[in-house]
Design a protein around this ligand. Structure first.
Ligand SMILES: Nc1ncnc2c1ncn2[C@@H]1O[C@H](COP(=O)(O)OP(=O)(O)OP(=O)(O)O)[C@@H](O)[C@H]1O
Length: 437
């Protein structure tokens, strides 16, 4: 398992790195800024990232948002001061798994990383197999489904632009369109946010041997590979401006040249682009070409955030419950009414990605036979809590008492579930006056 620590405080990086390295089979990477951390994430298979919320340059929340956008499967734990707990809660809503408050006990962190390893190993096994089915019966999803049907019926070779917040299912919609058009259509995807701007051009257009220093051999670009198929430009708002110009020309002229080549290659593909940016705003700010926007946006598809189509929430919960039940050894059969009410009323800022992660996490961690309110991530679902120090303590006490009860006051089991050492748990029990029964 690969762990990345992003913290600008050298002493924290050092103590975490030294501590975690002691665990067998774990490789530790460290970065002092968000930018450096993201670079490591893009070039290595990072399983767990421990990220300080306050960082110079882009902060921890933004790093998490970018990890989401890049669709990197990284489990994230935030580090925060008690005074910044509100930010930690925001991070949890964006899909962070947990947070540590400073100052923390390094032994607790190491033990929790060991527990995380088990969680991640299970999760990696579970995540095999992708899902493209578009779930939902809301007006918005039904309209989208109808539109996909019409596109398939006419076999249209038009360009489609899908917009919606992060995690709303833009890629799912793109793949559904591709599926509805039949299997003989190639589906080729470029995630513009995942590829450095300098490499986007050769990814898209391909190159001849020797076109630039690193071009050791000829390479076909994604445009060529998608010919007569579908080119999916994910996060198109992150495309380099000069590349936008080249792409526009290729679309208009239906041909292009590989880098370093004089030969013209035909280009005839449906382009589906997706973005969570407001491209009209980007156009106003000179970050996106208006002419390209109109070329790509022939058929606009807008996916509403989940909080605006709450009727889809129970369907999605049921879908992911069944999806994970077939992959995880769990006793959970359903969701009780109180938990369902909280889940339906939650604002799901991370949209379906957050919902899916929440279900997966509960099924891995819960020993209940139904999903109950106490299975839901505390900080996300317990409303109106003031994160003042005293209330945080009260919440911690509640969690400890509940976990102890669930584990028949077995200190070893309860401490494992809580992700803390037995000694820490005993100390906390003493501090809060919790008696063993
Ligand atoms: N309608 C849906 N039915 C079933 N699963 C969905 C649906 N929409 C999204 N998902 C699931 O939610 C997760 C996020 O979806 P997807 O990657 O398509 O979102 P996105 O809008 O492209 O996000 P981003 O902007 O961050 O790239 C995926 O795991 C996907 O399978």
């Amino acid at each position: 398992m690969n762990v990345l620590i992003i913290d600008d405080e050298k002493s924290i990086r050092f103590s975490l790195k030294t501590g975690i390295k002691k665990l067998k089979g774990i490789q530790v990477f460290a970065a002092e800024s968000g930018e450096e951390g993201l670079d490591i994430i893009m070039n290595n298979k990072i399983d767990l990232a421990i990220i300080d919320i306050k960082l110079p340059g882009i902060d921890g929340i933004e790093v998490l948002e970018r990890i989401n956008r890049l669709k990197m499967d990284v489990t994230v734990i935030m580090i925060t001061y008690i005074s910044e707990v509100r930010l930690a809660v925001k991070a949890m809503k964006l899909g962070a798994y947990d947070y540590y408050t400073k100052p923390f006990n390094i032994m607790d962190v190491i033990e929790s990383v060991e527990n995380m390893r088990k969680f991640i190993e299970k999760k990696n096994r579970v995540d095999e197999g992708s899902e493209t089915r578009l779930i939902g019966e809301s007006g918005n999803i039904s309209d989208i489904r109808r539109m996909i049907g019409r596109i398939a019926e006419k076999g249209m070779n038009t360009n489609i632009m899908i917009t919606g917040e992060s995690g709303t299912g833009k890629e799912v919609v793109a793949r559904s369109i591709a599926e509805s058009l039949g299997e003989d259509r190639q589906f080729v995807a470029l995630n513009c946010a995942a590829i450095p701007k300098t490499l986007q051009e050769s990814e898209l257009f391909g190159h001849e041997k020797g076109a630039f220093t690193e071009a050791k051999s000829k390479k076909l670009g994604l445009m060529e590979k998608s010919n007569r198929g579908i080119l999916f430009l994910d996060e198109v708002g992150d495309m380099d401006m000069s590349l936008q110009k080249k792409l526009l020309r290729a679309i208009q002229e239906k041909k292009f040249r590989r880098l370093g080549s004089t030969e013209e290659v035909e280009f005839d593909a449906m382009i589906i682009s997706a973005t969570n940016k407001d491209l009209k705003y980007e156009i106003k700010n000179g970050m996106f070409r208006e002419d390209l926007y109109y070329r790509l946006n022939i058929i606009p598809i807008k996916i509403e955030p989940l909080r605006k189509r709450r009727e889809d929430i129970p369907l999605l919960l049921e879908h992911y419950l069944q999806f994970y039940k077939s992959r995880i050894d769990t006793d959970i059969e359903g969701i009780d009414d109180a938990a369902m009410e909280l889940l339906v009323n939650h604002d799901w800022q991370g949209n379906i990605r957050e919902l899916r992660n929440t279900v997966e996490r509960i099924l891995i961690l819960s020993g209940n036979d139904m999903i109950r309110t106490d299975d839901l991530p505390e900080d996300v679902f317990l409303k109106k809590r003031e994160y003042a120090n005293s209330e945080l303590k009260e919440a911690e006490r509640d969690i400890i008492v509940r976990t102890l009860k669930e584990n028949n006051f077995n200190i070893t089991h309860a401490s494992q579930k809580l992700g803390m050492t037995r000694t820490t748990l005993r100390n906390k029990m003493k501090k809060y006056g919790i008696e063993t029964e």
